[in-house]
Design a protein around this ligand. Structure first.
Ligand code: SAH
Length: 221
């Protein structure tokens, strides 16, 4: 039983997952390593059992505490955008949520640091990621606005919740040549932006319109 739940036999079958991968390809995701992660990470384990039949639909789903698991297309897009310039060793993720994006990315980088401000969500993510035997990660209950200065600099920073603007200290924690990907905007509609830190400053590219939950300050234990 345990094994079939982990491998996702039944309503979370290989065919259902392949359909999702095809859909992401049609939408322009082309990095095979990223598509492989979408194929292999059991997304149904990151949502409540009642929602597991919908886990391989390309939609965001509720995970409690007013938060959501991101849409697979957006997870793939952000991961692809982060890796586009070549291998990335050390990544900081802000907004662990259920840990799905963390699991997709972890295998593709050397080390991942992820911060979440809601205690019970982080505890659940920790259990799921442990169950999947993902070990190159460090999770922390904190306000991601501050980043993780003690572990800086990072080659990449990923925000999975939207601030009105990038907190300056996050750029300080990015190494030169590194990339920061974030949804930026005050309301429910934002722009996904990739920033690249160079010797001369920070360059900015838009990756399209997105809809994320807001980046909030303070902790919820
Ligand atoms: N990465 C998740 C998406 C999580 S939704 C996935 O793969 O599906 C965004 C998450 O960001 C929420 O869990 C929310 O609690 C968290 N968040 C919001 N503001 C934050 C902050 N200041 N620091 C850390 N996490 C924050």
């Amino acid at each position: 039983m345990e094994d079939s739940r982990l491998s996702g036999i039944g309503m979370t079958s290989a065919r259902t997952r392949e359909r999702l991968v095809l859909r992401l390809k049609e939408q322009g995701i082309s990095n095979e390593r990223v598509l492989d992660r979408i194929r292999n990470v059991p997304r149904h384990l990151f949502v409540d059992e009642a929602l597991s039949s919908r886990a391989y639909e390309d939609t965001a789903l509720p995970i409690g505490f007013g938060q959501t698991i991101s849409q697979p297309y957006i997870v793939a897009l952000m991961t692809e955008a982060l890796l586009a310039a070549g291998p990335v060793d050390k990544v900081l993720e802000i907004g662990t949520g259920c840990g799905y994006q963390t699991a997709v990315l972890a295998i593709l980088v050397q080390e991942i640091f992820s911060i979440e401000r809601i205690g019970p969500l982080l505890a659940r993510a920790r259990r799921t990621l442990r169950e999947l035997k993902i070990r190159n990660l460090h999770l922390r209950l904190d306000d991601g606005y501050l980043g993780w200065a003690a572990r800086a600099p990072f080659d990449g920073i990923l925000l999975t919740a939207a601030p009105p603007d990038v907190p300056a200290q996050l750029f300080d924690q990015l190494r030169t040549g590194g990339r920061l990907i974030a949804p930026i905007g005050a309301e429910s509609k934002q722009e996904l932006v990739r920033y690249t830190k160079t010797e001369q400053g920070v360059s900015r590219e838009s990756l399209g319109a997105v809809s994320f939950v807001p980046l909030l300050s303070g902790l919820q234990r």
